[in-house]
Design a binder for this molecule. Sequence first.
Ligand code: 7TS
Length: 406
Amino acid sequence: MFDVHAMRRQFPILAREVHGRPLVYLDNAATTQKPRAVIDAERHYYEFQNANIHRGVHALSQEATDAFEGARDKVRNFLKAPQREEIIFTRGATEAINLVAHSWGRANLKSGDEILISEMEHHANIVPWQLLCEATGAVLKVIPIDERGALVPGAFESLLGPRTRLVGITQVSNALGTVNPVADIIRKSHAAGALVLVDGAQAVAHLPVDVKALDCDFYVFSGHKLYGPTGIGVLYGKREHLEKMPPYQGGGDMIAQVTFKKTTYNELPYKFEAGTPHIAGAVGLGAAIDFVQSVGLETIAAHEDALLVQATRLASGFEGLQVIGTAPGKASILSFVMKGVHPHDIGTILDSEGVAIRTGHHCAMPVMDHYHLPATARASFALYNTPDEVDALFRALRRVEELFLK
Ligand code: 7TS
């Protein structure tokens, strides 16, 4: 039986107050809080093992290298990637997408080729492709969403064509909570000869991922949305693609030999890891993966789904409150607007009540344009949130109503 109160005790920050109220942290889609195991892993690394990696014969350097490479093995196991060489450490999901757009994209695309993304993408899965299109003359096509915030049925199939070279799709939308049918998209894309990049930034903390079963070509995520540190993320890529791709950045660690005549590159995964990486961050990410696996993603998803059901029920009884994003089977994100109150005012009043939510365009401006909204308020749930906190959210929203609408 999942004990949420025991779980909360593993997260030191959850004990603090904000404006004299107990913190109710419901901004988990932006970043999750960190359990003691992650904080301790980073501290242990700095207190006992800190050294640069891959380059020292001394004991600390070897221990640091083992810790860093051990984290890579944990990521490989977490994503069910066939080979450890297919796991590249990056700064986050954003850098991982930029790496693919820059390295694979510039080497493979020509004028008139097409990249297909969806209307619900985060800017991180839009702008790198726009930059690539500007550089190569490729064309960006967009799968539209419907009023529920799901992909318009049949639209993907009609946009996928002989010129489509890559499909970039989020597994879970950060602004709407929509869960996309990525396995089906991957199968159809491959049949049309296109590669697929899956943006897993919002997915990895909520549903089990198996990149081998999915058969995606690239998969990206950030450590900090998975109870891990900021500044560390992952690109999974099929070895056959990564081997052919040119380096993204040049520097130390990514080379085999450097002369002024010719430089040769290191093998995978180091070819894509120029410079000293975020070693402590990788160690912390490894601890976060251990933590999530010890709880179990099925348990986490069941707990969050119950919170979403409760929140959705309370929202439906709240006059003037409209939920944005109602796709069936969506993940634990509740975006909403209130008639007559700007989302930023909602966020400010909620903050004064100790309730942290995100307000704004959520780096998904095309989603806002779709709904003709400047912004939404967004509550997003994690494994440490409680039914009482969902009630606290709606009590605080009643306060907003009193202040602004009565
Ligand atoms: N993709 C999706 C679907 C995201 O939700 C985010 C961050 C990113 C990519 C980028 O991740 P990063 O770690 O590289 O920045 N989303 C959010 C959010 O919803 N609120 O703050 C950040």
